[in-house]
Design a protein around this ligand. Sequence first.
Ligand code: PEP
Ligand code: MN
Length: 262
Amino acid sequence: MVNRKFQPENTYVKVGPTTFGEGLFQVIAGPCSVENENQIMEIARAVKLSGATLLRGGAFKPRSSPYAFQGLHAEGIQLLLQAKKETGLPIVSELTSLSQFDLFEDVDVIQVGARNMQNFDMLRELGLCKKAILLKRGLASTIEEFLMSAEYIMTGGNSNIILCERGIRTIETMTRNTLDISAVPLLKKLSHLPVIIDPSHAGGMRSLVAPLTKAAIAIGADGILIETHNNPAEALSDGAQSLDLSDFSELMVEIERRVAFE
Ligand code: PEP
Ligand code: MN
């Protein structure tokens, strides 16, 4: 069903006032984790002013260590909803277990993280709802496996899927992951779904976010996901790869000349 052979025309994924896949470039910005009210509200206001089209923030965090900050859970979702109400930005947040599903009722886009890309029961269940799903490529998944995961969601009847290339594990240790730039044209050739790039988790460092964003635009991606924080040095997760609010604003001015946002 994800195969272009069965559906030659692009799938448009409508999220509030924005649409993925119809030629506009969507910018999802916000912190790795929602940490407190001041943090998320300050970031939400700033990224909205700079031109972001969606707000992200993790409330349930899949961390490598059980001792690392795990997120604010239900309170984190409530704070995101508050930011959505004030700014009008649709919100994106990761669901790490189906038991959290009811909390996501007013969340516009449910993120399936890299670590859950092959949680087939989760994918099947998410296929039964109509919500937009941001499906991130697994840490060591092939393009074919990635598309098969989208297929699991589609078989339930939900085709509101946005694919996200977020870097894969390779022999390279200098970056957190290796951005597989060829995944974008390949996914677009093989499927009809919109494809975005996450330069933050791909490179794992702030200095790579702007160049990888430009690469995403050049290769024809439908958008980007950029971790943005009001105080990256004190961030509870992924500070090293987060842009501060002024770097984000500068990047938006720079890319404005290259893409159409609305
Ligand atoms: C995230 O978006 O914060 C995240 C955990 O991403 P990934 O699943 O790609 O590692
Ligand atoms: Mn993160």
